[in-house]
Design a protein around this ligand. Structure first.
Ligand code: ADP
Length: 384
């Protein structure tokens, strides 16, 4: 048995123009441990004010943080491909592998790599760990991860359901089991991560068995600016009839679709405000958004066979009671109901289904940085 991995961990979540950071100390494996420091560096590389690049931003950040006795640095990495199914201590070979995955995550992996490169240079004696958004979904059964496209093509080009938000789905499903007072191995949970990006996951006994994002984060639920599921023929239709290039269609589906494409607002608070004021476009956007969630809940219910809990998380899942109520309306025949009183009140981890309901409906605030810190300590304690 290895000693319980307590320690001091710096978590870095490097986006293309921002760095989210948290410094933790203590025993993170029991969801204890405290946040010592944290924040967000924004506008990296933008004209007028922000740090010139990730190197400058991290250099400045590390000068300000108290990194004495640092056990490890945990890096969020979006795409781990087929290779990474667990948090991994970073060496040159791991860096090369993350680099090789850039074609699958052209927006995310380069920013994650920039953070890794600079942190390794500034803290050469501190173990650095990559925690992958895709890793939790490496348990997907082959039938769930395979697209029904010519096998020769999918195999040559890495076309596979990788899934994302894995760190969040893992954390939230584990916390749900704790909230129900049950062993993680014994519960089946449908987790709904509804933030700017959104995905659903079916978790059977702690293993991801279905998830709505696929090769990229574009598939699945309706999102702030992404379409989620569409008929792929829409792409050919636009290319042939609207004369749009592949890059233009990519931009349309990733940045001008979803809630924004439907009603001009990508922020759910604004959608709810406009809907309440009688804006029909906002009302339709809300309905399309919630209906997609309902359909996934039904699909994952069928795949799991038995559902113990449905858990909402992230900005919309944690805060938008109207979305929770609409997404799970009229499902009493499946044992699913939301208590109007419980749904409208309360904070933090909580159950919002009526007393004695067959399926517990829960709200669990996600904490990806904490989960990255926990996974980082576990990876370091396992490393030879
Ligand atoms: P990210 O994916 O960027 O981490 P978040 O998890 O913070 O995003 O979620 C952002 C979304 O949460 C936005 O659509 C925002 O409108 C929504 N949101 C935040 N607070 C509320 C609220 N009180 N009511 C409804 N929606 C909210």
């Amino acid at each position: 048995m290895t000693a319980p991995p307590t320690g001091r961990v710096l978590v870095l979540n490097c986006g293309s123009s921002s760095i989210k950071y948290r410094l933790y100390d203590g025993d993170l494996t029991v969801d204890g441990g405290r946040v010592v420091d944290g924040g967000l560096v924004e506008r990296i590389g933008e004209e007028g004010g922000g740090p010139a690049d990730h190197a400058a931003a991290l250099q400045d950040l590390m000068g300000r943080l108290d990194l004495g006795e640092l056990t490890a640095v945990g890096h969020r990495v979006v795409h781990g491909g087929l290779r990474f199914s667990a948090p991994t201590v970073i060496d040159d070979d791991v860096v090369a592998a993350i680099e090789a995955l850039v074609p699958l995550a052209p927006l995310h992996n380069p920013a994650n790599l920039a953070g890794i490169t600079v942190a390794r240079r500034l803290l050469p004696d501190t173990p650095q760990v990559a925690v992958f958004d895709t890793a939790f979904h490496r348990t997907l059964p082959e039938a769930a991860a395979t697209y029904a496209i010519d096998r020769a093509v999918t195999q040559e080009y890495g076309i596979h359901r990788y899934g994302f938000h894995g760190t969040s789905h893992a954390y939230v499903s584990r916390r749900t089991a704790a909230l129900l007072g049950r062993a993680y191995e014994d519960v089946n949970v449908i987790t709904l991560h509804l933030g700017n990006g959104a995905s659903a996951c079916a978790v059977a006994g702690g293993r991801s068995v279905a998830t709505s994002m696929g090769l990229s984060p574009l598939e699945g639920l309706v999102m702030g600016t992404r379409s989620g599921d569409i008929d792929p023929a829409i792409v050919f239709h636009l290319q042939r009839n609207a004369g749009m290039s592949v890059d233009e269609i990519d931009h349309l589906l990733n940045h001008r679709s979803g809630l924004f494409g439907l009603c001009g607002a990508n922020d759910m608070r604004e959608v709810l405000r406009r809907r309440a004021a009688g804006d029909p476009a906002a009302a339709l956007a809300f309905d399309v958004y919630c209906r997609r969630i309902t359909a996934y809940v039904g699909a994952y219910y069928a795949l799991l066979g038995r559902v113990d809990a449905i858990t909402f998380t992230a900005g919309i899942g944690e805060n938008a009671a109207d979305v929770r109520a609409a997404a799970l309306a009229n499902l009493e025949r499946l044992g699913i109901a939301v208590s109007p009183e419980r749904n409208a009140t309360g904070a933090g981890e909580r159950i919002i289904s009526p007393e004695g309901a067959e399926v517990a409906v829960c709200v669990v605030p996600t904490d990806e940085e904490r989960e990255i810190a926990t996974q980082t300590l576990l990876a370091v304690s396992r490393a030879p």
